[in-house]
Ligand binder design. Structure first.
Ligand code: SAH
Ligand code: SF4
Length: 351
């Protein structure tokens, strides 16, 4: 049993007094103790009994790629022998200024993904399992421990569809958001979804005030059906209605993510349709040049085509972000976690 999988009030600690429970909680979330042994304010018998009944963290670092000031990828081995990745992204000085201490972690929510968007590497191998709450929150705690960084922002844009794992996601966010927990404010947390309508509505009704990003990638059923099977279940009109409902309930601006794929969704009339939807739900648009995935047939359009696309949106006074630099920002780092490849590299290294 991993203590990180349950809220502290759920821990089965027997007759341990309340203040001891709080101490254990603080050792885990505030002081980030790496073992029960290190929890020096607890009596030895209690430490031993915890040690025999529980484990602390369900993930161990297998590999850390990249260096300070750049994007770093962390490969985690999970207790059941699965691997997941998180990506640590420092603020881009161009966007946030030289002095920004914004540090974003992109986390995974599942091993694999069942949604099979045609352009995405995460779904290539299909879905394996949900991450537990501890495996989600553990990505933050362990990343801070191994890098010494303080994470200010969190995006659920790693492997998996977070809304397909709603219960565990919800619990993890509670631990992440709580002042006794990791302590990241809800407004600094963004959930990205390919468009699961019932869960968008559930989030709208939830007191948690986290941000929502919709992986739109197409403003019509015609385009979305080509690249995102989820659209057959929740077509554009239903998705937009759910976004409107979220807007109404939460009053927070939604982000539309829009990957540009050459010849699929990159024409000026696609931009016009996107502008109409963005206006309708007061969304801002994050235009993302596609990062090529080996083995898949898609390409990113030329920079001039990308700019033209963005210009149409600007003409309609849509709030947009567009980053053309490669390899440094969230968009280049997330959503394309090629687990198998990394695992193969691991094997290569060890032979
Ligand atoms: N399943 C969720 C969250 C993970 S994907 C979702 O789909 O929203 C995070 C983002 O990365 C999504 O917007 C996804 O469409 C995008 N993405 C996937 N593959 C990508 C690639 N090769 N290049 C750029 N973005 C990609
Ligand atoms: Fe899954 Fe998101 Fe990739 Fe689609 S884009 S396959 S929902 S991880």
């Amino acid at each position: 049993m991993y203590l990180l999988d349950q809220l502290p009030e759920e821990w089965d600690l027997g007759a341990v007094p309340r203040y001891r429970r709080d101490q254990i909680r603080d050792w885990i979330y505030q002081k980030r103790a790496a073992s029960f042994e290190l929890m020096s304010s607890l009596p030895k018998e209690l430490r031993d009994s915890l040690q025999s009944k529980f484990s602390l963290s369900p993930l161990t670092l297998e590999k850390l790629q990249g260096s300070k000031d750049t994007t770093r990828k962390l490969l985690w081995k999970l207790s059941q022998g699965d691997y997941i990745e998180s990506v640590l992204i420092p603020a881009s000085p161009a966007l946030y200024g030289e002095k920004s201490d914004r540090m974003t972690l992109c986390v995974s929510s599942q091993v694999g993904c069942a949604y099979g968007c045609r352009f995405c590497a995460s779904g290539l191998e299909g879905w394996k399992r949900h991450l537990t709450p501890g495996e989600i929150v553990g990505q933050i705690i362990e990343t801070e421990r191994v890098t010494g960084e303080r994470i200010s922002n969190l995006v659920f844009m790693g492997m998996g569809e977070p809304f397909a794992n709603f219960e565990n996601l919800r619990k993890a966010i509670e631990m992440i958001n709580a002042s006794w927990g990791v302590g990241i404010g809800a407004r600094h947390i963004t959930i990205s979804t390919s468009g699961l309508v019932p869960q968008i509505k559930r989030l709208a009704d939830d007191p948690l005030q986290v941000r929502l990003a919709i992986s739109l990638h197409g403003a019509t059923n015609e385009v979305r059906n080509q690249i995102m099977p989820v659209n057959k279940k929740y077509p554009v009109e239903e998705l937009i209605e759910a976004c409107e409902y979220y807007q109404e309930k939460q009053g927070r601006m939604i982000t539309f993510e829009y990957i540009l794929l050459e010849g699929i969704n990159d024409q000026p009339d696609h931009a016009e349709a996107l502008a109409r939807l963005a206006k309708r739900v007061f969304a801002k648009v994050n235009v993302i040049p596609y990062n090529k995935v080996e083995g898949l047939p898609w390409d990113r359009p030329s920079d001039s085509k990308i700019r033209k696309f963005a210009d149409v949106l600007k003409r309609h006074e849509i709030k947009i972000t567009l980053r053309l630099e490669k390899g440094h920002d969230i968009d280049a780092a997330c959503g394309q976690l090629r687990l198998k490849k990394v695992q193969e590299e691991q094997v290569d290294l060890s032979t």
